[in-house]
Ligand binder design. Structure first.
Ligand code: MLT
Length: 237
């Protein structure tokens, strides 16, 4: 049977091999939810950057600049990191250069994988459907917060382990732990996460509605997938 593994923090990536695997990058609050939402609402593609300066440079190639540092929109950027900002119809067809504190760093660390896709609760079923039909082991890379583990990314990893349990077996204890956490939380994830670090951090920035939205499963039936350095939407049948 093929395996599914979970890297709970990008700081642990040296323990995992990405070559030959399908990698799912996860930053539920809010980078991968935001990217999923943007592509679902018609953004042409997203170019993820680990570094702010590189992201800013992309403006010269006609990109809108987007993202955050420490949860706050970067000064001089066109957009921040709220999924609601990307629902604007005038943004359809635009290309976006995106950088975030943790999410785009996790994407950079996944380079070399056979396939890199983006996961969020917003497109949970689309991600499960895609992975189920891949003939490769899976690695879920949780973005966490500045190297530390967080609950929301672990929960999503658990949802994937759960959804794929008849087709992929856990490669070690991390996927089993994530699945148990998800079983505990799934009936009310907003309540379960109310004391979590990033929910509290976002609340201090007066960001509330993004949290409930990012924890709502299956709003979109698209799969964001990296193709030649660009994140594009693959529609699911
Ligand atoms: C990140 O990439 O660290 C997050 O998406 C932060 C945020 O909530 O804006």
């Amino acid at each position: 049977m093929k395996t599914i593994d979970v890297c709970l923090s990008p700081e642990l990536m040296h323990l995992y091999e990405v070559k030959g695997k399908s990698v799912v990058v996860v930053d539920i609050l809010r980078a991968t939810s935001c990217m999923t939402s943007a592509l679902a609402h018609g953004i042409d593609h997203i170019k993820p950057f680990a570094k702010l300066d590189d992201c800013l440079q992309a403006k010269q190639e006609g990109y809108l600049t987007a993202g955050e540092r420490d949860g706050k929109k970067v000064e001089g950027f066109d957009m921040g990191n709220s999924p609601f900002e990307y629902m604007e119809p005038t943004l359809k067809g635009k290309k976006i250069a995106f950088t975030t504190t943790n999410g785009t760093q996790a994407i950079a660390k996944s380079e070399g994988a056979d396939t890199i896709v983006i996961g969020s609760f917003l497109n949970l079923n689309a991600v499960v459907h895609f992975l189920r039909h891949q003939e490769k082991d899976i690695l879920v890379v949780c973005a966490g917060w500045k190297g530390k583990v967080n609950m929301e990314d672990t929960l999503f990893a658990g949802a994937l382990v759960d959804g794929l349990q008849n087709h992929f077996e856990p490669a070690c204890d991390a996927p089993r732990m994530a699945q148990r956490l998800y079983a505990d939380a799934k009936n009310d994830m907003v309540a379960y996460l109310q004391n979590s670090s990033h929910v509290k951090r976002l609340a201090r920035l007066n960001i509330h509605k993004d949290i409930a939205f990012c924890l709502t499963p299956n709003q979109y039936n698209i799969l964001p997938i990296m193709q030649n350095g660009f994140m594009v939407a693959q529609k699911q049948s």
